[in-house]
Structures are given as C-alpha cells and as structure tokens.
Design a protein. Structure first.
Length: 221
C-alpha cells in the first residue's frame, strides 16, 4: 500500500454545503478515482498535494506521514514530493516550455533562466518528445504539447507519486488515445505510482488497475 488516506473536510460556498469524507488505500500502482463532476475528486487530490487542509484525518504516502491532525503534522506542498498535473495544465505563459519544466526543480524567488540546462529537464523534454519546442511559449504550442509540458514539469523532480486531474478532458478523441499510450510508456519506465481522476470510462479501462468510485464526497462500493 503506497497511499493511505482518511480525511474529512467541510466546505461552504455560495450558500452550498459540501462534505468531503474519503477513505482510500492504494494497493496497485495505477489507481483511478472515478466519478461524476462535483463528486469531490479534485478536492481529494488537493488534500494529498497539500493545497487543501482537511478538518480531520491523516494522509500517509509510502512510509511518510504527510498530514495528521492528531499529531499536528502538515507538510507544505513543496515537501510532499508529489507531481501534480492540473486539468488546465497551469503553465506559466511568460515562461518557455523548458522554463516551465524546470520550474518544478527551482527554488527561490527568481524564475529559471531561459538559457539554463538541467539533466532531469532535458531527459523529460526528450522522453515526452517536446525538446524541439523548448524555446517556445505555451500559447505557441498545441493542447497535446501543453499536456506533455505539464507532465514533464510534474515528473522532473522525481516525485513519489503522480497526481493527474482529468488529464485528457480537453483533448480530442484521437489525441486522447495517443497520449494515454504515451503515459503508459512513461509510467512503465519510471515505476512512479499514479492516482488519476476522471469521469471517462476509457481512462478507467486503460489505467484502472484499482478503481475507486467517488460520489457526493464519499467512496462508494
């Protein structure tokens, strides 16, 4: 079991209440969190990444405690060694592809230099076949190329887990199929465990070694 999660969080917005109460134990390398929009899938990823603090519970990744109310543990996102690909990719428009990928390895207030080179960055640019785009900006490349850039940025720091939030939702059918195959190849080569959230049954078929159904903020059998 590489991830153990048992958390609760109450949220309120625009007069609506939502209760997230998720218990999850990941025993296979590729785990799919499946459910409709509004089920709490993205909120669950955000708690794992440290972007949303639960009201109660704990999160353990491999042998490290990331969060635990009882003992007061709450590691900041940069210490959790989590690779996160947002649904909209969240690339920095003022940075080149290479700079975006390097950002995951960067510390300090200044952005990575345009001329800088890093072995891990160059490795993933090449592995995901975007090295020829390295000096271009996100608005100059296609949706599939932006998806590869976001994936390379998440993988460059050698994370302990890869979290993907509806990674293929914005792509057309043929490109989805192609990038699913590419992601499979990357995962097989790196052995990094995956937690992918989706409402697309095709993602479940391809990556669902373990499938968890989430609805209305809770895991359903």
């Amino acid at each position: 079991m590489w991830l153990e999660l048992d958390v609760a969080r109450h949220l309120q917005a625009a007069g609506q209440n939502f209760q997230l109460q998720v218990a999850l134990r990941c025993t296979q390398r590729n785990v799919v969190l499946f459910g409709p929009s509004g089920a709490g899938k993205s909120l669950t990823l955000r708690t794992i990444a440290g972007l949303l603090k639960p009201d109660s519970g704990h999160i353990r990744l491999h042998d490290q405690l990331l969060f635990d109310v009882a003992s007061g543990v709450n590691l900041p996102p940069q210490q959790r060694k989590v690779g996160y690909v947002f649904q909209d990719y969240a690339l920095f428009p003022h940075l080149t592809v290479r700079q975006n990928v390097a950002f995951g390895l960067h510390s300090g207030w200044l952005n990575p230099r345009r001329s800088s080179r890093h072995e891990q960055v160059e490795h993933w640019l090449h592995a995901l076949r975007i090295d020829h785009l390295a000096q271009m900006y996100p608005q100059q490349i296609s949706g599939g190329q932006r998806q590869r850039t976001a994936l390379a940025r998440a993988l460059a720091p050698n994370p302990q887990v890869l979290l993907l939030d509806e990674p293929f939702a914005a792509l057309d059918h043929d490109l989805r199929k192609h990038l699913r195959q590419e992601l499979e190849t990357v995962l097989d080569a790196s052995s990094i465990p995956l937690l992918l959230i989706t409402h697309d049954p095709q993602d479940v078929d391809v990556f669902g070694q373990q499938v968890v159904h989430l609805a209305e903020g809770k895991v359903r059998e």
